[in-house]
Design a binder for this molecule. Structure first.
Ligand SMILES: [Zn+2]
Length: 234
């Protein structure tokens, strides 16, 4: 390895550490101020440190969903897809395939707006219209809700409680909704699963599709090799 390679590697490691520290701090604050929900190891049956949950946000996308399904089959792993309602409307066949192949669908709102800024009626529509869409195409009733940008307040928390839905926050994050490169995504996630068991990756179009697929493959290879198991969230 040349000196330049070495310097580049060090710079990248520092950037990843800064990224992860930043998220650990935000997560720490958020766990104390947001309404209770699923973060990590806080549901009795998930105390086991070697258990991970793999989640994909923002789909379905034709660039990622079908290829992810094949990849997950290859590794024999089940995941949870947090779908955006308006994306399901464009690709209902992909949402149906996810369920048919044994994975779970969580509700990630209809339009991916910040829930804190919405009126009660708007929040209700974001949750209920997406639930109805999932049920219409598959007969399935989604039990999980992950708020866009991770944030919700007591109004949304109460509505979800009334609908017997579990609030799912985040865990290991890599800012992979931007094209940052597979190496960074993998390293950030692997560092964070020492303290987190909820892996959050993002689906998307051509800009990040290759990165998401390659990262998922490497993360699965490495974690399975280390003896981690993947389980559904509930
Ligand atoms: Zn999202």
């Amino acid at each position: 390895m040349s000196r330049n390679d070495d310097r580049y590697k060090k710079k990248e490691q520092l950037e990843n550490q800064a990224h992860n520290l930043h998220f650990a701090l935000i997560s720490h604050i958020a766990r104390n101020i947001l309404p209770g929900g699923y973060w990590r190891k806080n549901i009795a049956s998930h105390q086991d440190k070697s258990t991970l949950h793999l989640t994909f946000d923002d789909g379905p996308y034709p660039e990622t969903t079908p290829a992810l399904l094949d990849l997950l089959d290859e590794f024999g792993v089940k995941a949870t897809f947090f779908f955006i309602g308006k994306h399901i409307r464009l690709h209902p066949d992909l949402a149906l395939q996810v369920l048919e192949r044994g994975h779970d669908i969580g509700n990630h709102s209809m339009t991916h707006r910040l829930m804190l800024t919405l009126s009660k009626a708007e929040i209700e529509r974001e949750i209920d219209d997406t639930n109805a869409l999932i049920t219409d195409i598959s007969g399935y009733k989604s039990r999980l809700f992950r708020p866009p940008y991770g944030l919700l307040d007591n109004r949304t928390a109460r509505m979800l409680q009334n609908r017997r839905m579990v609030r799912v926050y985040w865990g290991a994050m890599a800012s992979d909704f931007k094209p940052i490169g597979t190496d960074k995504v993998v390293e950030r996630i692997l560092q964070q699963i020492k303290n987190e068991n909820l892996i959050v990756l993002h689906e998307g179009g051509n800009k990040i599709a290759g990165q998401t697929l390659a990262s998922t493959r490497r993360i699965l290879q490495i974690t399975l090799d280390k003896g981690y198991r993947f389980e559904p969230i509930i």
